[in-house]
Ligand binder design. Structure first.
Ligand SMILES: CC(C)(COP(=O)(O)OP(=O)(O)OC[C@H]1O[C@@H](n2cnc3c(N)ncnc32)[C@H](O)[C@@H]1OP(=O)(O)O)[C@@H](O)C(=O)NCCC(=O)NCCS
Length: 168
C-alpha cells in the first residue's frame, strides 16, 4: 500500500507536471500518446483548456519538497457529453510506474465516477487495447462491460476494446 495520497482536479498551473507525467507513461500506451494525432500537447490542451474536460490527479499527502515539482502518482482524464448529454469518456488513465497495484487508479476511477454522477452524468465510456490485460482486468473489476471490439484497429493485430458503465 502506498503512503497517503489525495485526489484533486488539475488546473492550468499544473501544465508542466501533467506534461511530465504523460511523457513518463507515454510508452505504456499503444500506440504511444506522443504518436497519436496532436500528440501530448494537444491532448493536454483539450483537457486543461476546455470546460468539458479535465484531469483528476493523485499526489502524495506528505510534502516532501517543492510541491510544484513533485511527480503525480496517478492521473485520470475525462471528457463530458462525449456521446450526447449525460455521458462522459475516460480519455486517459495511468498510475506512476513506481506505485502500480496499490489501488491508486481504483481510487481515481471511483472518485471520478462520484464527481460525474454528481453533475448528472449517467454513463461512462472508455477504450483500451488487446495486449493490455492489466487495464482490461482493472476496468472489469470496477464493473465496466465491453460492448464493441474493433479488430486490428491499432495494427499488428492489436484490437481496440470499448467499455461502458452505467453510474446512475
Ligand atoms: C492499468 C493501470 C492504470 C492500473 O493502475 P493501478 O493503480 O496499478 O491499479 P489498482 O492498484 O488501482 O488496481 C485495481 C484493480 O485492478 C486490477 N489490476 C490492476 N493492475 C493489474 C495487473 N497488472 N494485472 C491484473 N489485474 C490488475 C486488479 O483487479 C486490482 O484489484 P486488486 O488490487 O483488488 O487486485 C496501470 O497498470 C497503468 O498505469 N498502466 C499503464 C497505462 C495504461 O495501460 N492505462 C490504461 C489505458 S486504457
Amino acid at each position: 500500500m502506498v503512503e497517503g495520497f489525495s485526489i484533486r482536479y488539475a488546473s492550468k498551473t499544473d501544465k508542466l507536471r501533467v506534461t511530465s507525467f504523460l511523457e513518463l507513461v507515454d510508452e505504456d500506451f499503444y500506440p504511444p500518446l506522443s504518436q497519436r494525432g496532436g500528440g501530448i500537447p494537444e491532448r493536454i490542451e483539450r483537457c486543461l483548456d476546455t470546460d468539458e474536460a479535465n484531469f483528476l490527479v493523485a499526489e502524495p499527502n506528505a510534502n516532501r519538497g517543492n510541491s510544484l515539482l513533485e511527480e503525480f502518482m496517478g492521473m485520470i482524464g475525462y471528457t463530458r457529453n462525449w456521446k450526447g448529454h449525460g455521458t462522459a469518456y475516460i480519455n486517459f488513465l495511468a498510475t506512476h510506474p513506481n506505485h502500480r497495484n496499490s489501488g491508486i487508479s481504483k481510487e481515481l476511477c471511483l472518485r471520478l465516477e462520484d464527481e460525474l454522477a454528481g453533475s448528472g452524468i449517467k454513463r461512462i465510456y472508455l477504450c483500451t487495447w488487446s495486449g493490455n490485460p492489466a487495464a482490461m482486468r482493472f476496468y472489469e473489476s470496477l464493473g465496466y462491460c465491453s460492448y464493441a471490439i474493433v479488430l486490428n484497429d491499432r495494427g499488428n493485430s492489436i484490437d481496440t476494446i470499448y467499455y461502458k458503465k452505467n453510474i446512475s
